[in-house]
Design a protein around this ligand. Structure first.
Ligand SMILES: NC(=O)c1ccc[n+]([C@@H]2O[C@H](COP(=O)([O-])OP(=O)(O)OC[C@H]3O[C@@H](n4cnc5c(N)ncnc54)[C@H](O)[C@@H]3O)[C@@H](O)[C@H]2O)c1
Length: 446
């Protein structure tokens, strides 16, 4: 599929109904799907074979959580794929510590290279997709084409073309009755679920506005000089892949890579995505060549169809006020969603008993859905929330007010079609080693 060749209309209401806990929301349609069998023909007691694509920090974590579902049914890691052998080996060694008897990944099932994910996926029942986000659409499309269940990390794309690709594959997954989990783990966190139940039940009245934040510091950074000391001279592509956070085509910028969690919570509360965005952003503090092209702060105003607004802020600036949080204001009260608190007529506070680690819970829920054939497809809201963050980024980069549909149908694809260590990188440093960042009022995004 050429992702830029299709025009996608505003997502329909039926997608919004899938928000919240996919298991809970989906249970109402269970009857109509009950006649359908597993795409894999697996029974509840079969060993589910897992492949890990992208064997870094989160991939290792997700594989650990997938393998920790053994109390629900037998599970085995059978294949791994990465572009970096050292990352794959490191992840494999770490996973062996807790799951030695659930790991069966001999040398011939350790795949290294840009195209090797296809072979790893072919050997599994469940594919874990945890590379940098720019590669996710192609990996997800392939996993669904091959008829595999998927757990994929957020964000699910770095550009609008990728979001369209994910939405198309999500429709395919639905037709094939494949289960898809997305690493927006707040949907599986009891305090969020309980707070959302009350918001959706009307405890704060109609939502008129919301605020959300991911204000903190720069996360990890791989400096070119250090990398070259460790690995020798590098092509531009090799450098950008090791320092992927700082390149928009790979990470989506930090508004998509991190702040998506908070933006997603507001979409969840609204049961909708915004219809337009206005935003500002730039780079003030972190201005080195290894900061690539991404911004260090964004301030966005997302407007929903009913006129309500969400103010969203994220920054990577040390020594400032920090917060990772979400707040919703209604006509009868307000919710501090991350704190599990409702203020106003229906005052309430979440009590922590029984709350499980949401990273484990999301895998328990996915693997239960696979084994019991429950409806479970988080790709639609994962794609909507990814697109919401990308919309905010596009509004900030361009300095324009942007409509959802125009942004979703943007003709600009950031991820190159040719992927190889000696292929041309989509962005390059200038003679001074610095990368061009987006200039509001000048940069085109549509
Ligand atoms: N849900 C959460 O709370 C959470 C937390 C951390 C990270 N994440 C997400 O997980 C993803 C991975 O992040 P990370 O922190 O593990 O990064 P990481 O750099 O530790 O791991 C990425 C891995 O992907 C590999 N890789 C890169 N390009 C590849 C390709 N084309 N094919 C195969 N492998 C490739 C890298 O070599 C590396 O091993 C990101 O999307 C990130 O946003 C989610």
């Amino acid at each position: 599929m050429n992702p830029t060749s299709i025009l996608v209309p505003s997502l329909s209401r039926r997608h919004f109904l899938k928000r919240g806990s996919a298991l809970v929301a989906g249970s109402t349609v269970l009857g109509s799907l009950a006649a359908e069998r597993f795409a894999l023909g697996a029974s509840g007691n079969d060993t589910l074979k897992v492949a890990l694509i992208g064997c870094g920090g989160r991939g290792s974590g997700a594989a650990n959580q997938a393998l920790s579902t053994y109390n629900i049914g037998p599970v085995k890691l059978v294949a791994m794929a990465d572009v970096h052998e050292d990352r794959l080996t490191g992840a494999l060694n770490n996973l062996q510590k807790n799951h030695a008897d659930r790991i069966d990944v001999p040398k011939e099932r350790q795949f290294i290279g840009f195209d090797k994910f296809k072979e790893a996926i072919s050997l599994c029942d469940v594919a874990i997709l945890a590379t940098p986000p720019g590669f996710r659409p192609a990996h997800f499309e392939e996993a669904i084409r091959q008829g595999k269940h998927v757990f994929m990390e957020k964000p699910v794309a770095s550009d609008a073309a990728g979001v369209r690709q994910v939405l198309a594959a999500a429709e395919e997954a639905k037709k094939k009755n494949l289960k898809v989990g997305v690493g927006l783990q707040r949907h599986h966190q009891l305090s969020y679920q309980e707070t959302m139940k009350r918001i959706h039940g009307g405890d704060i009245g109609d939502i008129v506005s919301a605020r959300c934040y991911w204000n903190g510091n720069r996360p990890w950074q791989k400096k070119r000089l250090d990398l070259e000391k460790q690995y020798g001279p590098m092509t531009e592509m090799q450098y950008q892949l090791r320092n992927w956070y700082y390149f928009t085509w790979l990470s989506g910028d930090h508004i998509a890579e991190q702040h998506i969690h908070n933006i997603d919570v507001i979409n969840w509360a609204k049961n909708a995505h915004p219809v337009k965005a206005r935003a500002m952003g730039g780079r003030e503090i972190t201005n080195g060549p290894d900061d690539g092209e991404i911004y260090d702060h964004f301030a966005c105003e997302f407007e929903y169809e009913d006129g309500s607004v969400c103010f969203s802020y994220c920054r990577h600036q040390p020594g400032c006020w920090n917060s990772v949080s979400e707040y919703v204001q209604g006509t009868k009260g307000r919710a501090e969603v991350n704190g599990g608190k409702i203020y106003g007529d229906n005052q309430w506070r979440f009590k922590a008993e029984g709350a499980k680690d949401p990273y484990q819970q999301e895998h328990d829920d996915l693997f239960t859905a696979i084994r019991k054939d429950l409806p479970f497809n988080e790709a639609f809201y994962g794609a909507e929330s990814t697109m919401t963050a990308i919309l905010g980024r596009m509004a900030a980069y361009s300095g324009k007010e942007l409509e959802w549909n125009a942004a979703l149908n943007s003709k600009i694809a950031l991820v190159p079609t040719k992927l190889a260590w000696d292929a041309e990188a989509p962005v390059k440093p200038g003679a001074d080693g610095f990368y061009q960042k987006a200039i509001p009022g000048k940069t085109a995004v549509l």
